[in-house]
Each structure stands twice: as structure tokens, then as C-alpha cells.
Design a protein around this ligand. Structure first.
Ligand code: URA
Length: 204
């Protein structure tokens, strides 16, 4: 069993918050264990709680379409949430729930070691861009300890607001170039071989 799968088993036993009693399943996250990009949403909703999988409802379908627009499939990235249990009635996660759950996400990040973390929505953004406002920083990247952090609106917000849909569609398209640029900076091409001076046999 991979360390990530062991982590899922530990998460499934977690009873730290009251909402643990209300869940059908924990939703630890899923995707490629060697993914370069980790998407972090907010919290499981109804369908996620039923299936134990992240982003499987309407917001998830939109996320899938966003991924397709940059030639990625769900199983090439990793998708997780700030909290692993569904808040009742899909209310916002409480500060205590976020801090109780934080160590699971930290362990997940350590195991995945992604090149890029994409935050989806305000709660996820607040973890990696403290004190920032989503309307100001969405679509921008910041590198910390060698990991690119990139903020986006939450896909669910785009389901109700056409303007945000356009922002999400534009923001996700920036990801491939940002990733390629950071790879190029990390592995600069070797300097050209010094040219050997051509031998001129007639030189005196
Ligand atoms: N919204 C989230 O933030 N996460 C999910 O898994 C589903 C909807």
C-alpha cells in the first residue's frame, strides 16, 4: 500500500471534528501520485460525501472541462480539499475545522511534492496567500520553497456567475506556460561547447 493510501486510511478514522459524525465518507483526494499539479478546493459537497471522491458534482464537471482546455485529464493531476468531511448543508468550513484538518493536507503535500499548487476558492487561497483577496490575485503565481502557488476562483462560483467563468477559463490557460517556465529556470540548457580554433596549416 502506498504511503498516500495509508494516509487515506488514517483520514477515514479521524473523529476530530463534530462533522465527522455526519459524514458518509471522508474525501481525502485523488489523482496521480506523481502529479506535478495539485488542485486544492474547499470541502466535499453532497455527491463527494456519497462517493468519497473530490469534485464529482456540477463544479467537478466544470473543473474537468477546465482541465481538458489545457490538455489535462483528472488522472494526470491530483485533486484535494482543505477539509476532508462534508460540512452540513454545504456551509462554509469553520476555522476550527480548517485547522483540525490542516495536518492531513500538509502530509498529502509532503508525499505528493507537487511542482505547482492551484488553490480553488477563498478558503484554499487563504492557506497559501494569507491576507490576500481573490479578486486581486486570481491568475497570479508566487513561488515559495520551490513550489509555485497559483490562485483561481472556485469552479462552483462560475456556475452562477458568467463573469467568473470567463476568469477561470482564462486563468487555467496560464498554467502550462508558468509550469514550463519554472522547469526551464530549474534546468537551464548547458552552455555551448567552446569552439575549437580551426587549425590553419598555412599559418606562420
Ligand atoms: N467543492 C469543493 O471545494 N470540493 C469538492 O470536492 C467539491 C466541491
Amino acid at each position: 500500500m502506498s504511503e498516500l493510501k495509508q494516509l487515506y486510511a488514517e483520514i477515514a478514522r479521524c473523529q476530530k471534528c463534530e462533522i465527522a459524525k455526519l459524514r458518509t465518507r471522508t474525501v481525502p483526494g485523488e489523482g496521480a501520485e506523481n502529479a506535478e499539479i495539485l488542485f486544492i478546493g474547499e470541502a466535499p459537497g453532497f455527491h463527494e460525501d456519497q462517493q468519497g471522491r473530490p469534485f464529482v458534482g456540477a463544479a467537478g464537471q466544470f473543473l474537468d472541462r477546465l482541465l481538458t482546455s489545457i490538455n489535462l485529464k483528472r488522472d494526470q493531476v491530483y485533486i484535494a480539499n482543505v477539509i476532508k468531511c462534508r460540512p452540513p448543508g454545504n456551509r462554509d468550513p469553520l476555522p476550527e475545522e480548517i485547522s483540525n484538518c490542516r495536518h492531513w493536507l500538509d502530509r498529502q503535500i509532503a508525499l505528493l511534492s507537487p511542482k505547482m499548487i492551484v488553490t480553488l476558492g477563498r478558503y484554499s487561497m487563504a492557506m497559501f496567500f494569507p491576507g490576500k483577496t481573490i479578486s486581486k490575485i486570481h491568475g497570479t503565481a508566487q513561488t515559495e520553497n520551490g513550489v509555485i502557488h497559483f490562485a483561481m476562483y472556485h469552479p462552483a462560483a462560475a456556475l452562477h456567475q458568467q463573469a467568473l467563468r470567463k476568469e477561470l477559463e482564462a486563468d487555467i490557460k496560464k498554467i502550462p506556460a508558468i509550469l514550463a517556465q519554472s522547469k526551464a529556470a530549474a534546468n537551464p540548457p548547458p552552455p555551448p561547447e567552446p569552439q575549437l580554433k580551426q587549425l590553419n596549416l598555412f599559418e606562420v
